[in-house]
Ligand binder design. Sequence first.
Ligand code: ADP
Ligand code: ZN
Length: 736
Amino acid sequence: MYASVILELSIEKALDYLIPEPLLGMVHKGVAVEVPLRGHIQRGIVIDVKEVSAAAKVLPIHRVVTDIVLTADLLELALWMAKYYMTPLGRVLKTMLPAGVRKNTQAKQQYYIMRKVSREVLRKEVVTLRDSAPQQAAVLDVMLRVRKGILHTELLEKAEVLPSSVKGCIDKGLLSFDIVRSDRSPLQGQEYFMSKPKILRDEQQQSLDRINNSLERGGFHTHLIFGVTGSGKTEIYIQAITKALQLGKNVIMLVPEISLTEQTIERFRCRFHESLTVLHHRLSDGERKEAWEVIREGKSRIVIGARSAIFSPMPALGLIIVDEEHEHSYKHTDGSPCYQARDVAIMRAKLTHATALLGSATPAIESYHNARLDKYTLSALKERSAAKLPCVHIVDMKREFEKAKGYTIFSDSLLTKIDARRKVGEQSILFLNRRGFHTELSCASCGQVLMCEHCSAKLTFHKAAGVASCHLCSKAISPPTMCPFCRAVASIKYQGMGTEKVQSVLSAIFPGIETLRIDADTTKHKGSLEMQLREFRSGKADVLIGTQMIAKGLHFPEVTLVGVLNADAHFYIPDFRATEQLFQLITQVAGRAGRGASPGEVIIQTATPEHPVIRQAAAQDYEAFFTSEIETRKTFGFPPFCRIVKILFTGKVERFVGEAAHRYAQALARLLPPQYICHPVVPAGHSKIKDTFRYVCIVRGASQQPIRTAIAACDAKDLLPASVQRFVDVDPVSIT
Ligand code: ADP
Ligand code: ZN
C-alpha cells in the first residue's frame, strides 16, 4: 500500500511513500506522518491511500505522528487554502489548529463558582460595591442570576471582568469555589430566561423561508441578507439556526471580534437549549483545546466566534453564518496565510454541502455583485424592526472655519445638539478616526515633521501619558524641546486633533459634561473595552468619544445623536477600497443612533459636503453607492472585475529589499500571460516598520491560476537573498 503525502513545507505537491507493514491500518487520510526526503525527516499529511504508485522510487514512511487527525472536511479546506493563498500546508495547519491542540496542552483544572451567602445578602453587597468596585459588582450581578453556580471561565465571559475581580469576591467571603472535572458541560446549572421567537415581519419571513428552503433541500447555497442596522438580521439568524438544529445540522456563526460581547451572546443563549460554544479571546490554550474536542465530538451544536472559529471541527455542518460580512477584520493580514474568513466560510460550506448565510447593512462590493449575478440569493430588509432610521445632516466645515476664522473641530450645530441631549439625559457618540491629542509635531523654524526613528510614521502627541508615540511600533519618547533637525529651541508646533484633544475641548466648552473615551489607548488592558462599553450603556457618560472601535455592531438604546467629526480623512487614503470604507463607516456609525425608543440624529462634518459618497452615505443609499462604485471598479479594473495578488518584500537593508523586489518583479512579469499586469515595485504604504523596510508589487489579472503558476515559477528561480522575505497576499484588502 502507498500513501500520497503533502509535506508541510509544500503548497500542493504530493509525494508517494510506501506504507511499511507495521504501519498498515494506522495510515489514513488526514493523519500526520514523518517521511524521508533528501536525507532529512519531514512532516507531512496523508491525503490519499492507494494500492499502486506511478513513482519510480518509493521510500517508506518513517513514523505516524498521532497527535493530529484532521476531520475530512478540514483537510480538504486546508488543501484548498494552501493552494489558494499560496501558503505551505504546514503554515495553514498552524493557523487552523489552535495552539493547544497542536501542542496537546491539557486543560487546567476548572473552578466552579458558587454563592456563599444568600441572594439577599449579595443584593445588598452589589449596591455598596457598585461605585467602589464596579467589576466585583458585575461578578455578583451574574452570580445572582445563576441557579447553583457557574464555571469560572463562563463567569469571566459573562461579567466581562478579569479573574482578580472574582478572587476579590471570594476573599470577601461572598463566593466560594470548587474544583471540577474539566469535561462537564459549561452550561450546567445556569438559568436562562428562554425567550420566544419573534413574529417576523413579511420581508424577514420571506428571507427566512428562502434560507430554510436551502437547509431542507441540502446542498451548497449562499444567501446574503442586506438589511439596515436594526432591521432584524440577527432575529433571522436565530430562527435559521433553530431550523438547522431541527434538521440535525450544526452551525458555525462568525461575528467580528468587537461584537463578541456578552450582550450578543446572551441573545443566543436565551434562545437555544442546545449547548453553545463561544470561542472568545479570553480562552487559554487548554480551554481552547477542550472546546475544540467538545465540538469535534458533536457535544456542542452551535459555535460562535471571531475569524478563526471558521476552523472549528464541527461535524454535520449545515449552516455557516457570517455576520457583518463586509468587516475587514475577517481578513487575516499579519502573516500567511492572509485568508479572508468570509471566503473560507463559503468554501467550507461548499465542501460540506452546507448553507452559507452572509449578513450586512453595507455588503462588500464583491458580495453584492455576486448577489446581483444570482450567485448568492439576496434578501433585502428595508425597514427597521424596532426603531426608525436616524435623520442625517451634512455640515459644511468650510463655512464653520470661516465663521471661526480658523480651524475648529466642532460645528455650532453639533455643539448645540450635544448640549440639548445632555440636558434631557440622552447620550451622544462622537467619532474621530485618530487617537492621541495632537496628531502632528513639526518644527516652526525648519518645517520638518517629527517621525518615528524606526518606522515611516509621524509621531502623535499623547497628553495624558506625556509622550510622543509611534502608532506602528508603539515606541514612545518624551516630546523634544529642541528640533532634532535644525536645533531650534522651543520651536515644536503641535497640530491636528485626536480623540484625546476632542475630549478635553468638549470638557472646556461644557464644564461638568461627562465624557468617556474609547480607543486603543484606553483599552490596552484585557476586559477594559467591555467595561467601558458597559459604563456607557449604564448611563455613566453623556458623550462617548472614540475611534472605529465604537463604530461597529454596538447597541446603545439611549444614544440619539452621533457626530462624525472628520468624514474627509478617508479621501486621502490612496486605495481602491477607500470610498467603500468611508461609506461603510458612516453608515455603521449612523446606525448607532436611535436604536431605542427615541429617534436618532446624525451629523456628518466635512469640508467636501458635495462629495457623492458623503451624500450617498448620508441618504443611507447603498444602491446608489453600489451603482457608482461598481462602475468605477469596472473602469479601472479592480475587483470584482479582476484578481489582485499583493507581494510584500521585507528586509533590514533598504537597498537589498528594493533591488531584490525589482529583480523578482521583472522575472515575474516575464512569466505572466500577456493580459496580466505586474505593476512596478513601490515602497509600501508603511514603507518602514520597526526598522524593517517594505516594498510591494501588485499583480492583476483575470483569474488567479496563472498568477499562482507564475509566482511558483519565480520562487523556483531563487531570486531573493536570504535577508529578504516575500509574503503573498491573495485578494488583499489594501494595495499599498
Ligand atoms: P440587526 O441584526 O439587523 O441589527 P436585530 O435582529 O438585532 O437587527 O433587530 C433589532 C431589534 O428589533 C432587536 O431588538 C430585535 O429583538 C427586534 N426585532 C427584530 N425582528 C423583530 C420582529 N419581527 N418583531 C419585533 N421585534 C423585532
Ligand atoms: Zn515606530
